[in-house]
Design a protein around this ligand. Structure first.
Ligand SMILES: [Zn+2]
Length: 249
């Protein structure tokens, strides 16, 4: 079968010559796909609308020797309001890069597909993009199986519920109790509230996110921990994160 259809979200695009682009898609049916959109840089090309960043479309593709080609696309949701908002665009680009990095090509992953799609709809309706980003990171780490274990110390297995002081150990990406925290290591002391918040966010759905009220230091600690987990897993810093840090200043 050389022609196939896929429901997919545009994660990323890059130029290919004067007229074409390579589009990276996160599809429901086949996972991540890289496909060529021929002539898309020319005005009035029929693929322009459906290949904008974050647009959710039904694509008709045909298999190529190296990359597949986009034949047609029918827009389901353009998410243009996300692209129109500079802050939302920057944060959503970061989340799209995470999907791009976490999901291997042509491996179906409906859970990540639906997580990202739901996140896009949530971003359209809500302005707390920092909280949405943290929530997305937590759910992505959970689906990938790399969210830190939160109930007990990763070293001695003592319950963290009874601990007054809790530390995060970057080298192992996990929480330790005060007995297992060596001063020679670069451990982060974290507030109990941050651990409880992480636990709570990992258990709830988007619909319950309205209940969450955060103080700036809780969200900052959470961000630090999640960044370490992501960097440990990917073994690199993301391009969009460097940009995000610049616009935060
Ligand atoms: Zn311990």
């Amino acid at each position: 079968m050389s022609l196939y259809s896929a429901n997919a979200i545009v994660l990323y695009h890059q130029d290919l010559g004067d007229a074409d682009k390579i589009i990276t898609l996160m599809s429901r049916e086949y996972g991540k796909i890289k496909a060529v959109a021929r002539g898309v840089k020319r005005p009035r090309n029929r693929l322009i609308g459906g290949t904008q960043l974050f647009t959710y479309s039904e694509f008709l593709l045909f298999k190529g020797r190296q990359l597949d080609n986009i034949s047609q696309c029918q827009i389901k949701e353009s998410f243009f309001r996300i692209r129109d908002d500079f802050k939302k665009l920057a944060y959503t680009s970061y989340m799209a890069e995470l999907v791009n990095e976490f999901v291997p090509e042509k491996q179906k992953n409906e859970e990540v597909f639906f997580l990202f799609l739901k996140t896009l709809y949530w971003i359209l309706k809500n302005d707390d993009i920092e909280l949405i980003t943290r929530f997305f990171e937590i759910k992505l780490l959970l689906l990938t199986g790399i969210l830190p274990y939160m109930d007990s110390c990763i070293n001695c297995k003592a319950s963290l519920d009874d601990e007054v002081e809790i530390y995060f150990k970057p080298s192992e990406g996990g929480f330790v109790c005060s007995n297992c925290c060596s001063i020679r290591e670069n451990n982060l002391q974290i507030q109990k509230g941050t651990l409880n918040l992480l636990k709570f966010l990992s258990e709830i759905k988007y619909e319950q996110l309205d209940l969450v009220k955060l103080t700036p230091n809780l969200i900052q600690e959470l961000e630090k921990i999640l960044r370490i987990c992501i960097a440990n897993y990917l073994e690199k810093k993301l391009k969009s994160l460097t940009f995000l840090d610049k616009i935060k200043l």
